[in-house]
Write a new protein. Structure first.
Lengths: 187, 388
């Protein structure tokens, strides 16, 4: 089983990101389970969502305390939330950032980090507003590439199934992030 | 069709596929997406029902009772405070023998406010005359919603489908969604028989009943609740025949060859399957028994399943202040009449109140305490509480 924890802010689409990924993975005949951390989400407040992937039905119904990988939708959370808490030793962290992975070495020492300018990509595709872009589909492109949990084709099918508005723009953002994301660098 | 959906959407699919004719509901977190999804399904023409927007949950249930008395299939959904406000009408629905189906998303009681899961809301309705069916996964939620209509309408008693807040209501996972035609074959249109409000044949129901007759009405509910055990099993079997998925009021998981058994309900059953596998791999002798029905309580099956066990650990995600967790009360009461040699020790645990996680680790802790303690404590152990 692979367990992924998403960190974002209310309005960025972290919860929907985990749902789209669950749908996409299911299209590959694997089992998936996605759910939000059960907070009182407000726009701008830190939000956590979870995703499990397995080849057999998933029975465990608890939050994820020791994730295999992290997906960070807002790079500012790096300084505000203990993101690496419980992260497994060989875990990969994917961060929405224009910076190089090495610039996060103080927070994720020993982990593998990949960065992708998901915010910029989202703005380019008119997703959300320039002040408050909806970055979820863009960052999922990076997730598909770096974590390899789903093919780009099935990710785009998942986006089509779960995102009724601006479907083409969201799919294009995912594709662009898939191509732009950095390699995962050991810090 | 298989789709990745939340437990709340699974409820909506269940109601839609069951061709509900009246939905009366009031929004409340974390139930709201059930009735939102039903409204969308109605707007898309997937189902044709009258949507009655009401000013409270009390009115929602009153409207459902009225709809059923008019011969229609009625549905509502609520949780926590909403269910508490409905309480008076829950009694009425059972007394009036209206087979309303209600989905309750387990939400902890205020004060202090909580939107997270525990069963105190639904177990508090134990005496209302409602059938209560607890679910551990979204597939079971959808299937149970469909079955609930069949069970309720055969008995002319209302039925509650119970699912954990967030752990099911907002969790997305793959669910097989049956075709409507197949559900129609399984669930025939509602037949109110003679007892409905027919404008062409005016009659009165539910008027003042003196002490020469009231008790008989109540006895009939009790009689039919006993009958419900057999009917629920029949409906489970019909469902397995039609859709290939099997459910039981009392389900064992690796429990036949063990002396120590966990008794659980709701999503804890799902996590407990992993916990049992994990403990078994470590060489520990432990099994699990899942209870799906609180009312009617499957007393005979519980006795049959647990007799001869040495120790039974009941995990309650609910409690009754001044007594123990409700499932523990029920299990103790059922097993008391066993001869002493066959009667297990019952260990009660209260856990996961207000949505606190019940993890594999929590269950391991419960297992270990049950194994090590020669006798149960006088009161339930509250697992993971920081005593202040």
């Amino acid at each position: 089983m692979i367990e992924i924890r998403f960190h974002g802010r209310g309005g960025q689409g972290a919860v929907v990101a985990s749902k789209i990924l669950a749908t996409s993975i299911f299209l590959e005949d694997r089992y998936s389970q996605s759910f939000p951390a059960f907070g009182v989400e407000r726009r701008g407040a830190p939000v956590t969502a979870f995703l499990r992937v397995d080849d057999k039905p998933i029975r465990i119904r608890t939050e994820i305390y020791e994730p295999d990988h992290l997906v960070v939708l807002d790079p500012l959370l790096v300084d505000q939330v203990p993101l690496a808490s419980g992260l497994k030793n060989d875990g990969i962290v994917i961060i929405n950032s224009s910076k190089k992975p090495e610039e996060f070495s103080d927070k994720f020492k020993g982990f593998r980090v990949a960065t992708v300018p998901a915010g910029r990509i989202a703005v380019k595709h008119h997703l959300g507003t320039p002040q408050s872009p909806i970055v979820n589909t863009a960052i999922l492109g990076a997730v598909a590439k770096v974590l390899g949990v789903v093919s780009l084709e099935n990710l785009i099918e998942g986006i089509k199934a779960d995102v009724p508005a601006h479907t083409e723009d969201n799919a294009a953002a995912a594709k662009e992030a898939y191509e732009m994301v950095s390699d995962a660098v050991v810090l | 069709m298989r789709k990745v959906i939340t437990g709340n959407v699974a409820v909506a699919y269940g109601a839609m596929l069951s061709d509900v004719q009246v939905v009366a509901a009031y929004p409340i977190t974390p139930q709201t997406t059930i009735i939102e999804e039903l409204a969308t399904m109605q707007a898309e023409g997937l189902v044709d029902f009258d949507y009655i927007r009401v000013e409270s949950e009390h009115s929602a249930m009153a409207a459902c009772i009225g709809a059923e008395m008019g011969g229609a299939r009625a549905f509502t959904a609520t949780c926590g405070q909403g269910l508490f406000l409905m309480h008076e009408m829950l009694h009425y629905a059972a007394g009036a023998r209206t087979p309303v189906v209600l989905a309750n998303v387990n939400r902890a009681a205020a004060a202090p406010w909580s939107i997270w899961s525990d069963q105190t809301d639904s177990v508090s309705q134990r005496e209302t005359g409602w059938i209560q069916l607890y679910c551990e996964g979204n597939q079971e939620v959808l299937d149970t919603t469909i079955m609930a209509f069949k069970i309720a309408e055969r008995l002319r008693l209302p039925a509650m489908v119970v699912l954990d807040a967030f752990f099911l209501s907002h969790t997305s996972e793959p669910v097989d969604i049956p075709e409507k035609e197949r559900v129609r074959d399984f669930l025939p249109p509602i037949d109110p028989g003679e007892n409905w409000l027919d404008p062409d044949n005016p009659r009165t129901f539910g008027g003042i009943t003196m002490n020469d007759a009231y008790m008989e009405f109540r006895w009939q509910i009790q009689r039919d609740m006993e009958k419900a055990k057999g009917i629920i099993t029949e409906v489970h079997e019909d469902f397995a025949q039609a859709f290939g998925r099997t459910y039981r009021q009392v389900e064992e998981y690796r429990a036949q060859d063990t002396e120590l058994v966990l008794v659980v309900s709701g999503t804890v059953a799902s996590t407990a399957r992993d916990a049992v596998d994990y403990l078994r791999e470590k060489g520990k002798g432990v099994g699990m028994v899942k209870l799906k029905t609180l009312r009617p309580f499957p007393r005979e099956e519980v006795i049959e399943t647990l007799k001869g066990k040495k120790k039974v650990a009941v995990i309650d995600r609910n409690f009754s202040p001044g007594a123990t967790g409700v499932w523990a009360q029920e299990v103790r009461s059922a097993l008391y009449d066993l001869p002493e040699a066959q009667r297990p020790l019952i260990y009660g645990y209260v856990a996961g109140i207000g949505g606190r996680d019940i993890s594999v680790k929590t269950i391991e802790e419960i297992y270990t305490k049950t194994l090590e303690d020669a006798e149960p404590d006088d009161v339930d152990m509250w697992v993971g509480v920081n005593y202040v």
